[in-house]
Design a binder for this molecule. Sequence first.
Ligand code: DHE
Length: 518
Amino acid sequence: MTRNTSSSKLAFALTIALAAPALADPVTDYQEFCAECHADHRLGGTGPALIPQTLKRMRGPKVAAVIRDGRVATQMPGFAEDLDEDRIAALAEYLKTPLETIPPWGTEEIMASREMDEDYVAADAPVWAADPMNITLAVETSDHHISVLNGDTFEVLDRFETPFAVHGGPKFSPDGRYVFVMSRDGWVQKYDIWSLQQVGRIRAGLNSRNIAMSGDGKWVAVANYLPNTLTILSTEDLSVAEVHEVKGKDGTPSRVSAVYQAPPRESFVLALKDVPEIWEVSYAKYPDMNYFAGGLAHDWKIEGPVKQDTAFPIRKITTPDYLDDFFFSQDYEYVMGASRKGEDGLVIDLVIGQKVADLELPGMPHLGSGITWAWGDTTVMATPHLKEGTISVIDMKTWKTVKRIPTEGPGFFMRSHENSKYVWADVFFGPNKDAMHVIDKQSLEIVKTLRPEPGATVAHVEFTKDGKHALVSIWEDDGAVIVYDAETLEEVRRLPMRKPSGKYNVWNKITFSEGTSH
Ligand code: DHE
């Protein structure tokens, strides 16, 4: 009797279990459906990393929709037949939780990720007939490609695949021949523009922000959030020169918000997310050890040889606030930083390592997109704001705001060129995202607002080498790069592209044109 009762209870329980919908168990579902491509630890394999640091930056379809329907033009299939809506929702939520442990990602792991292309052949000269200094790259974010454009004819010379989710400007070697591209998953790709071939790629971090090229072209520095490191790679063969753990003076670990090149100073300058410090990392052959005191911070009294614990000595400058977005004066003596609160900013003189001025910058300025030009007898710097429809124009002698130009909404990017009398500024956010303002550099007035495709996001501008044409992105899946006559502001050509974002002209970048971000 007892046996009979317990077996009928078991049968009943089994019936219930089979009849009820499977309870969402995202950890198991992840291992069953996702781990093969995105790796057991969610840090990426053949597919990208699935961690909050990357996913929350994803524009476009929501994570749950991608799990359900897949992603067009990629190898990501949809799982609607395997998972019901609850399990998809639970899985999407799980992917947004931070990882409990970060696996080590030091020199050994980074080197093990390096893939050099065996069929790459270095050409003796460009395999195309075009002005090598007027090549322009267009990043296409929809299907993760870069189009290589002849800057005179706008013919597409090549379209190559990049790592998933490129962020920040690709960086050219000083001779303009190679370009280095970074993805948010920390991959750095080296591409030879002359031979139109990838040279290789390496995963320098697990979640990265941007890269910078040293003035001598020997090193690429990679700013990482995960782990808290700065990776320095040899540009020659992408081998690791150094992985520097980033800790503030008091030992607090910090993410690196961004790394910038400061060629006249033979250094990289780092913006740090979690400590109120600016770091300067020297790549000079003979660094001035009065500055670079083996990580001990700048100390003007140091005499005699200083112990150096790294091949790239570091100077740590304490700042009055957390600063994680920078703009440099053309001579790289001054760095303008925006405060974390996004309400103001300050100027640090890198020579003396001290704050020299405060900046009036409400509305979350995006200093990284700032540009400079001559205005009267001074030089001004202009920056858009991510939370306010304004462009601030700042006098770089007095550090005072000379004008706040009202725009049709918050913007992301600005560009100009030495040979152009205009500044172009997008309206990236809000109902007027289809507008592109053209501003007169001297009157500081908007002279025209272009709307090349009503309703579409219109953003980011790059000029050709001579400044005669301006290239604008229709930042949509079925988008385009529009070529404008930079003088008449008339459309000249429309090149179809897949969600084009940034464009980068070799000459403007390697000469550090004042009209472009560095
Ligand atoms: Fe960017 C450059 C930071 C979001 C597209 N972005 C930069 C740079 C920094 C930065 C520090 C300069 C580095 C360089 O070029 O070497 N970006 C940030 C952020 O902090 C922010 C607001 C949020 C985040 O966590 O990343 C952010 N950025 C975005 C986007 O959402 C954009 C529009 C789409 C994307 O691709 O993620 C975007 N950022 C870009 C682009 C550049 C860039 C296209 C290069 C601009 C250039 O002309 O040089």
